[in-house]
Design a protein around this ligand. Structure first.
Ligand SMILES: [Cu+2]
Length: 160
């Protein structure tokens, strides 16, 4: 009986977990889709701003510099208990105030180095290094792979 009631409880737990995931997703920027679903245009990268981030200086945003590929989409999540921002050093983009638990997402479509900081704690710095990808990320029509040196006879019409 305990095993049976246990197996009845599982779907409820699973749907609760899914529900909270969806709720978390809805808290941040308006963004459709499910977590974990791959974006065909690039990777989704999450950078967590940890507790007491202001004391971490140039490591406040994790790995620094952080290497990503062009087209990748970066989400910063404020896991701290104080307000932070993610603000480009050149002022080109700005998350605005991120309350604890809030997130900010931005796509990086051009290669280069993008230094940023927190407006409230200018000692909190990070740099994204966006690398150029050698091949285009989107393949419109996949072509069959042909081994180099393979010779195909030119097609000739056949008649009965
Ligand atoms: Cu801050």
């Amino acid at each position: 009986m305990t095993a049976l009631s246990g197996s009845f409880r599982l779907p409820v737990l699973a749907s609760l977990a899914l529900g909270s995931l969806l709720a978390m997703q809805a808290c941040g920027d308006l963004e459709l889709g499910f977590p974990g679903v791959s974006d065909p245009e690039g990777e989704r990268i999450t950078i967590h701003i940890p507790r007491d981030a202001a004391s971490l200086n140039q490591k406040a945003f994790g790995d620094n510099p952080r290497l990503i590929n062009e087209g990748d989409r970066v989400t910063w999540v404020n896991d701290d208990v104080t307000v932070h921002t993610v603000t480009a050093s050149d002022g080109g983009w700005d998350s605005g105030d991120l309350q604890p638990g809030q997130r900010y997402t931005r796509s990086f479509d051009d290669p280069g180095a993008f230094p940023y900081r927190c407006k409230h704690h200018p000692n909190m710095t990070g740099t994204l290094e966006v690398q150029q990808t050698s091949s285009p990320p989107i393949v419109a029509s996949p072509t069959p792979s042909v081994l180099p040196g393979t010779v195909f006879p030119s097609p000739s019409p056949t008649f009965p």
